[in-house]
Design a protein around this ligand. Sequence first.
Ligand code: ADP
Length: 479
Amino acid sequence: MGNTYQDFIMPGSLVNGEWLHSDTRFSIFDKATGEQLASLANAQVSDMEMAISHASVAFDSWRYTSGLERARLLMAWYEKLIEHRDALAQLLTMEQGKPLSEAKGEIDYGAGYIRWFAGEAERIDGDVCAGVNSTQHIQVVKKPVGVVGAITPWNFPNAMIARKAAAALAAGCAFVGRPAAETPLSALAMAKLAQDAGIPAGVLNIVVGTDAKALGKVLTQSERVAKFSFTGSTRVGQQLIQDCAPTVKRVSMELGGNAPFIVFEDADIDAAVSAAMLAKFRNAGQTCVCANRFLVHRSVHDKFVSALMHKVATLSIGNGLNGADIGPLIGIHAAEKVNTLVVKALAEGASKHFGQEWTGSAFYPPTILTDITAEMAIFGQEIFGPVVTVIPFNDEAHAVSLANQTEYGLAAYIFTNDYTRMKRVPDQLDYGMVGINEAAISNPAAPFGGVKHSGFGREGSKYGLDDYLSIQYRCIGGY
Ligand code: ADP
């Protein structure tokens, strides 16, 4: 008998290899049915302090393990996640809402970072530099920064923890993570499998609790936390950067986006429409790299909108466990926020090209809005829901100017068959990532991250370890 999702519901936080129990509890609900899935021990400030303290102790030995040893343990963790993909995906769909096929994809995607960083753990090479004179020898050594604190959001409950923890552990750091209170179960299930894989107690700690502010403050203000990594909104990220300043922590921020999806007149429209479906409707539009503004050349505007509408009309909405294409948003409050943006855009002169009325539930109907202008509120905000906004443009310069007209700079997408444009346009786009005739831009081999108000630091790829390593240069003299 294989494991079921119930086997992965843990009682509460994992600190130093122990599961915390408490009478102070909080409930996790199935986002599609509203039924209670679990009741967990609600971590307090003292639990977070204890986690940091144990992580510091664990770091003192973990930092001296060989890259090969860490690689083996990370690979063992990876294998366990893949072995239990189906049960983990079911749990993820229930606590988060996304379709089961996407949840399975997220388990593979998250595990992929663990496999990737297992490989990188063996390649933390230093350097020998030529000195300016013959009496000195210059060595450059990379060392783990120390204890890493991390706060992650609810949209990728597995992968956001995986991306940070895998890099931290590979570098030789100990990790204390606090997942969003809406979706803590996937993170705890991962922690259980890390423990089963043999990762030593205290190296990976997951603290789950509802008081985001208080738990966050312990992480950001502790002298014993050397590095802090956050994925979430720009507003909260700005506060957390300030909170990290007094202890001068290394900080990585993966914040909001406002991705332009630019369709040029020479694009393959069918390919652009297929990519648009993925870029917009994955996770019901709740990802920071979701296409937020469709900038379409006037000459292909009607063709693109009509082809997109035919595809959008086929999307089914419902419980992600039952094969629906679009699950519930994370809560009714999230749907309400999306609806407010839509209503405001319509009042400002946008047209509803496609979409049913919202009925007040967490399920938001896929919607296409046209006649959007750069002056409307919806142009400047991350929608985080299944709503397409289409803005026509006149020429390349106009498209680039519209695309950059935002404080964000995470992902951008361009669709064109002109190879000179494939170089020229990304050169002018102020974004950390550009998909060129491609919507699936995120994978372990690629450096994920943004510029401007979308943050700094990179996750994944050969650059992904840099945020978790500090350089020590040794000057050897006396020759
Ligand atoms: P989202 O819109 O994805 O919910 P948030 O930035 O609000 O983005 O939340 C991202 C993560 O940050 C979640 O785990 C949330 O609980 C946490 N969080 C929210 N506010 C704070 C805060 N003031 N201090 C620390 N963590 C916070």
